[in-house]
Design a protein around this ligand. Structure first.
Ligand code: HEM
Length: 399
């Protein structure tokens, strides 16, 4: 590859994963977006891509920004890699294309449609319970009570909710740096790691789930032999915490913006927009990584070869170059397919319709039963390196 003449990216000496920046990342994102489209984050030796347009390029241009080094900050090709490569997220086209098509068959819209009644039934149960209580925690009583029940049941795995939370926290810390947060998550998850590697094996798949369908697809040659457990793991890791995070943030934003709640109440079709807008403003997956293939130019700056590049979803989704009044929650904003919360390009989220179906089921069931959703105390964010998710969300549901 010929040398690129553009100037080097400006250097940031601050740690985006400090406690303060994890608690409230937006002031730093705003400063980084003004520095340049690409900023070199010196404490962790990676390029951060913070503007909307360039984030889209990193996610889509796999010839220059490859997933072969893993979608986390550490390079899984280098010694000390802690886990095997995901056969879906960490493979570039054309190999990725074949695997993706096979997974798409397992998760076809027809299959997902058959889950609708199951989701609706559980949503009605959860909504009845929380509305009867009146004062609830939006995380534990609504988003977790719903997602931790329905997602494992359609995947067809029998996993206790507490263990799902531990492995989710581990995963989204490990996508980021190997810092104290990651170490603490590893320590908490250590006692269940043996169990975790086994429980996604074939003998544990419940009949009729899409986990079982993945193993059957492997039998018929759709996937390489031995990759089915890794596919099940990818779904398990990508599908649970992100969806809970999105539902929690939608509830928070509706509670804090009664005018927007009133719009959704008056026109339930706007619920879709409310969920997408919450995903834009509080993007569950905050950053995904690629690695540069040779020296490349992006947004007028030069990136060194073989270096990690993080496309910073949470920053791109508030880029004023893309969005008018980007920090405002507006349920009528047209964001679907434009925000970066589900990624873009070959690796765009394969489970997005499932996430939407889950969110619309539970949020719709709650909103139908209430006149208002009000904050009932301060909420708090869970400190996880790369996942923007609430820890607590005290709410009052006014029937
Ligand atoms: C609100 C909820 C969700 C969010 C915010 C989200 C976010 C994302 C993002 C940003 C990517 C792209 C990663 C990249 O570019 O490297 C992705 C890919 C993926 N997601 Fe989701 N996701 C959600 C729900 C789900 C669900 C419910 C499932 C499973 C049913 C799922 C399974 C996957 C898989 C398997 C991939 C990898 C696709 C590929 O590499 O081709 N996600 N997701």
């Amino acid at each position: 590859m010929s040398a690129v003449l553009a100037p080097e990216a400006p250097v940031l000496d601050e740690d985006p994963f400090s406690d303060a920046n994890i608690a409230d990342p937006y002031p730093l994102f705003a400063r980084m977006r003004e520095m340049a489209p690409v900023v070199f984050v010196a404490p962790h030796n990676y390029y951060s891509v913070v503007r909307h347009v360039e984030a889209g390029i990193v996610a889509t241009d796999y010839a220059r920004f490859s997933t072969a080094g893993g979608v986390g900050m550490s390079d899984i090709r280098k010694p000390g890699a802690w886990r095997p490569r995901s056969p879906i997220t960490e493979v570039d086209p054309p190999d990725h294309t074949r695997v993706r098509a096979a997974l798409q068959k397992v998760l076809s819209p027809l299959v997902v449609k058959t889950w609708k009644d199951k989701f609706a039934a559980r949503a009605e149960e959860v909504a009845d319970e929380v509305v009867a209580k009146g004062r609830v925690d939006g995380v534990a009583d609504i988003s977790e009570a719903f997602v931790l029940d329905v997602f494992p049941s359609v995947l067809g795995v029998d996993v206790p909710p507490e263990r799902i939370k531990l492995t989710g926290e581990l995963n989204f810390n490990q996508i980021g740096p190997n810092n104290a947060r990651t170490a603490a998550a590893m320590e908490r998850a250590a006692p269940i790691m043996d169990w975790y590697t086994k429980v996604l094996g074939r003998e544990y798949m419940l009949p009729g789930g899409f986990g079982e369908a993945i193993y059957k697809a492997e039998d018929s040659g759709d996937f390489d032999k031995g990759t089915a457990p890794l596919h099940v793991r990818s779904f398990f890791r990508a599908g649970v915490d992100t969806t809970m995070a999105g539902i929690g943030s939608t509830l928070k934003l509706l509670a804090e913006n009664p005018d927007q709640f009133a719009l959704v109440k008056a026109n339930p079709a706007l619920l879709k927009g409310a969920f997408e807008e919450a995903l834009r403003l509080e993007s569950p997956a905050q950053i995904m990584f690629r690695v540069t293939v040779g020296e490349v130019e992006l947004g007028g700056v030069r990136l060194r070869a073989d270096t990690k590049v993080g496309y910073q979803i949470g920053a791109a989704n508030r880029d004023p170059r893309q969005w008018t009044d980007p920090d405002r929650f507006d349920v009528t904003r047209q964001t679907t397919g434009v925000h970066r919360s589900f990624g873009v390009g070959a690796h765009v989220c394969i489970g997005q319709m499932i996430a939407r179906l889950e969110a619309e089921s539970i949020l719709g069931a709650v909103i139908r039963r209430v006149r208002a959703i009000e904050p009932a105390g301060p909420s708090s964010w869970r400190p996880v390196n790369t996942l923007r998710t609430l820890d607590t969300l005290p709410l009052r549901l006014v029937a």
